[in-house]
Design a protein around this ligand. Structure first.
Ligand SMILES: *Cc1c(COP(=O)(O)O)cnc(C)c1O
Length: 425
């Protein structure tokens, strides 16, 4: 089986490092090889061997409407006829910026970029520029793209100075990154008590989606809001996943917290490469050419990406997020019951249209907890689900995604597949 994918992967490995253009796709965490996808529609992917899969990855989040949704596809067709890139302003940039500013509470002005990485990197530069400070507080296990200052591994203890998590990053670049465990209110307090006067910003995923799904503990986000405010630092919400997913206006709308800066990506590009950073006018006005903090991009505000993003938001606005949340919750709960009925402890938390699968007896609150999960069982589960046509993220440290295109029949088929999984003792 998977003959064509296997053949393509052999070829890809000769030409592309690890055969993939983003590491997790290589499926090494789950002792597997990637499937090469040739088309996608609704919640289904078709691989190069013409096998179909129910997709719970959704391009890692962007495809909340499902793949090739008709209004997005039509907008893209129309846009491509008008030319792929101008390197000059286009009307859809203004429309997309207008919609984002209208519905994301903390965003009064926004700048488009080409990826979430670029957006997070630019937001940090802006925070450092406006505060004249260098340090940034980051939560262990949160991902903000692959810009140097964010790729720091945890040292031991509370609010340790970060060491680079990968070769190629000078220690000096992460020396200003301060780490606190996600959901650890006292560690955050201690960090600000010690370093408060030097901190430019705290950046956080308001719902963590890069260590599996980890919702914020009560008061955690509120504490970050008050600590940053009290110390003259900016609060940056990284809503690259949660923006237009956790609620139409993002996690900040759902939780009623007003960050200074917001990082967006994924859904706002409708499947094309997009990111954005935005926030309070008094900060965003300091971005060039209005202000002195430089940021630029040849393809930023690209007309195809703007058309796909705008069509996606227009469609999303008409859809029922509460219903999607309930469907996701029911699905995750039943998935948990099915697995536990086999005598295998598992946690299947969900929030909005995100869910996690943690092979653990305990609730997961941070990266340390997530690391304790049974990786072998996750691999077993992943492989057997994929074999039966259910496409899950190939890592226990990723979040399951549900789209408006998943039907009751798709959930039922996925649960049937879970029932058929066997775990060795
Ligand atoms: C995906 C992601 C990013 C990075 O976005 P890219 O477009 O992959 O660069 C940043 N932050 C969060 C929370 C993400 O999930």
């Amino acid at each position: 089986m998977d003959d064509t994918s296997r053949r393509l992967f052999v070829e890809a490995r000769r030409l592309i490092p690890g055969g993939v253009n983003s590491p997790v796709r290589a499926c090494r965490n789950v002792d597997s090889e990637p499937l090469f996808i040739v088309k996608a529609a609704g919640c289904r992917l078709t691989d190069a061997d013409d096998r179909e899969y129910i997709d719970f990855v959704l391009s890692w989040g962007p495809m909340i409407l499902g793949h090739a949704e008709s209004s997005v596809t039509a907008a893209l067709h129309a846009a491509v006829e008008r030319g792929a890139s101008y390197g000059a302003p286009c009307p859809d940039e203004v429309a997309l910026a207008g919609e984002i500013c209208a519905v994301v509470p903390g965003v009064e002005m926004v700048r488009m970029v080409n990826s979430g990485t670029e957006a997070a990197m630019s937001a940090l530069r802006l925070a450092r520029g406006v505060t004249g400070r260098n340090k940034v507080v980051k939560c262990v296990g949160c991902y903000h793209g692959h810009a140097d200052p964010f790729l720091a591994a945890a040292g031991s203890g509370v609010a340790t100075f970060a060491i680079p998590g990968t070769p190629g990053i000078p220690g000096a670049v992460t020396a200003d990154t301060l780490l606190v465990p996600y959901n650890d209110i006292s560690a955050a307090r201690e960090c600000f008590a010690v370093h408060g006067q030097q901190i430019a910003a705290a950046i956080v995923e308001p719902v963590a989606g890069n260590m599996g799904l980890v919702p914020p503990a009560p008061d955690f986000l509120e504490t970050l809001r008050s600590l940053t405010g009290a110390h003259g630092a900016l609060l940056i919400f990284d809503e690259v996943i949660t923006g237009f997913r956790v609620a139409y206006g993002g996690a900040q709308a759902r939780f009623g917290i007003d960050p200074d800066l917001t990082v967006l990506g994924k859904i706002i590009g409708g499947g094309l490469p997009v990111g954005a950073f935005g926030g309070k006018k008094r900060y965003m006005e300091q971005v060039a050419p209005e202000g002195r903090i430089y940021q630029a991009g040849t393809l930023s505000g690209n007309p195809l990406a703007m058309a796909a993003g705008l069509a996606t938001l227009r469609k999303l606005k008409t859809l029922d997020y509460n219903a999607l949340e309930k469907r996701t919750r029911d699905f995750a709960a039943e998935l948990g019951q099915i697995i536990r009925a086999k005598g295998v402890p598992v946690q299947t938390p969900s929030l909005a249209s995100m869910f996690g699968i943690f092979f653990s007896e305990r609730e997961i609150r941070n990266l340390e907890d997530a690391r304790q999960c049974d990786q072998r069982r996750f691999t077993t589960f992943y492989k057997q689900m994929r074999e039966q046509g259910v496409y899950l993220a190939p890592s226990a440290f990723e979040t399951g995604m549900v789209s408006f295109a998943h039907t009751d029949a798709d959930f039922a088929a996925s649960l049937d597949a879970a029932r058929a999984v066997t775990f060795s003792r």
